[in-house]
Design a protein around this ligand. Structure first.
Ligand SMILES: [Zn+2]
Length: 501
């Protein structure tokens, strides 16, 4: 059994959950569920990033302790997970003391390996990013390119991490492992950042107490980014009571992130792991931004925000899961709107998949009393489904989730065309063609079963409902081939994607 460890970024508790959080989490859930269907030993981690100045400031403004604010806000993210239908194996909170202790252990090792020194830092700082910006990251008007707010000049005595020492090891990593960062465009962006020359970075904050204490200098806390990045590693130490999962799951197979945090994950993180003698993750996949219908960055003032809760209330959780990975190619930027949600829901989920499912089950019930016998499956369709499961797995292995979904959807459409071509309602009128009708119904039932098994990661509830109606609940990808009859008794099925009320 292979292990598969996949992570979302941990979400900063200062913001309320929005579409961006839902997007990454759903994508990772699709990967995790697919790997479980392959029989892999899967661990899916998500959680919240709770330390740092923005949380401390917000708590102060509300007359709260930072921990109380973090507790309150972390709860909203924890509640988001079941709402999105995601199957995370653990939810880490960086204010958890067990995380803090393991952060200290790892960074003490970085210190003991000689990669840390004390110095004076002065630079342009974005309080929202909690990050100092280097020259090529400062936008016009001395602004943060992400938050578009003015940067502030900060000077402070810090512990520094000798990132510059890792110039060559990182160049080598990028030379040797072309899929360390995906897609290619993001790999090039990370590589360009490294090639421009790495400067040492600040590892601690002296003015702050809301964080993990630096063990060799308790007047400092670690810079929130290092504490946060280490969650991917620390969580395995305490996610299961009395069990350390590190050897079972580390190194991570995929960190899935948004492009705004590329530098931390593709440059700082591998350098930090090298400094601590910890094996590097296999891949960092960087997805794009979801934009408003006007193609601009979503913002309340532009009125172009797609609210994931509104989508789920109107069309259901699965519509959101399907839409986000269908309408925008995972990895690229793309615009979103409630109108395009409706058109995917009605045009594809209801009219294509929903209709295929209801016609297939209804015809088997009407013409064969719900019973299918052994026999031949249409060889033309066998050829067209041949290798589909492997194709889908190969896409998911590269986090090409939209391409995987498209490959499956082509077969959904193929099956609908097959119904039209074969016109089972005509065959049913002619007793001499009973054998043909059997073959057509059997082919439809098996084809429907296969697309449903493969769609399970996107549609976890409907797929189970549909497979139950087909009397074939096995979700394993290994059995998702048109190589035999597995559907024998079909039960009636309620519409899977009803018209929203
Ligand atoms: Zn910023």
């Amino acid at each position: 059994m292979s292990s598969f460890y996949v992570t979302t970024p941990i979400y900063y508790v200062n913001a309320a959950p929005h579409l961006g959080h839902a997007y990454t989490t759903i994508a990772v859930d699709v990967m995790a569920r697919h790997h479980r269907q392959r029989g892999d030993d899967v661990f899916f981690l998500t959680g919240t990033d709770e330390h740092g100045e923005p949380v401390a400031d917000a708590a102060k403004a509300q007359g709260l302790e930072p921990k109380d604010l973090a507790d309150r806000n972390a709860e909203r993210f924890q509640a988001l997970m079941p709402r999105l239908g995601v199957s995370n194996d653990f939810f880490i909170r960086t204010s958890d003391e067990r995380h803090g202790r393991r952060v200290q252990e790892v960074l003490q090792r970085v210190h003991d390996n000689g990669h840390v020194y004390k110095g004076m830092y002065e630079g342009w700082y974005c309080p929202r990013c909690a990050d100092f910006k280097v020259e090529n990251e400062i936008a016009e008007g001395n602004r943060c390119p992400i938050h578009e707010i003015e940067l502030v000049l900060h000077q402070e005595e810090n512990w520094f991490f000798r990132l510059s020492t890792f110039q060559e090891p990182l160049e080598r990593l990028y030379a040797e492992q072309a899929d360390f960062v995906m897609p290619r465009e993001r790999f090039n962006e990370a590589k360009a950042f490294i090639d421009s020359g790495l400067q040492d970075i600040s590892l601690s904050r002296g003015r702050l107490t809301w964080g993990v204490k630096v063990p060799w200098d308790p007047t400092h806390v670690f810079y929130v980014w290092f504490d946060a990045l280490l969650n991917y590693y620390t969580a395995l130490g305490f996610a299961r009571d009395g069990e350390d999962l590190t050897d079972r799951f580390w190194p991570a197979n995929f960190h899935v992130i948004g492009k705004d945090i590329l530098k931390f994950h593709t440059v700082f993180w591998p350098a930090m792991l090298l400094a601590a003698d910890i094996e590097l993750p296999k891949h960092v996949f960087v997805h794009g931004f979801l934009l408003g219908a006007d193609g601009r960055k979503m913002s309340k003032s532009l009125g172009n925000v797609l609210d994931p809760f509104e989508v789920m209330d109107r069309y259901g959780t699965e519509a959101l899961r399907f839409y986000l990975l269908r309408d925008v190619t995972f990895g690229a930027d793309g615009s979103t709107s409630i109108d395009s949600v409706r058109s995917r829901y009605e045009g594809e989920l209801a009219n294509e998949l929903g209709n295929l499912a209801s016609r297939t089950t209804a015809m088997i019930t009407r013409y064969r009393d719900g019973e299918l016998a052994d026999g031949e499956i249409d060889p033309a369709l066998v050829a067209e489904f041949d290798g589909l499961a492997a194709e889908v797995s190969a896409f998911i292995d590269r986090a090409e989730l939209t391409q995987a979904l498209e490959a499956i959807w082509q077969r959904v459409r193929r099956l609908n065309r097959y119904v039209e071509e074969q016109a089972p309602w005509q065959l049913a009128k002619d007793d001499a063609r009973a054998g043909d009708l059997d073959r057509v119904l059997r082919t439809l039932a098996e084809g429907l079963r296969i697309v449903t098994v493969l769609l399970h990661p996107w549609l976890p509830e409907s797929s189970v409902k549909l497979l139950d109606a087909l009397g074939a609940p096995d979700l394993s990808v290994g059995n998702a081939g048109l190589d035999g009859v597995r559907v024998r008794h079909v039960s009636p099925l309620d519409p899977l994607f009803p018209k929203p009320s």
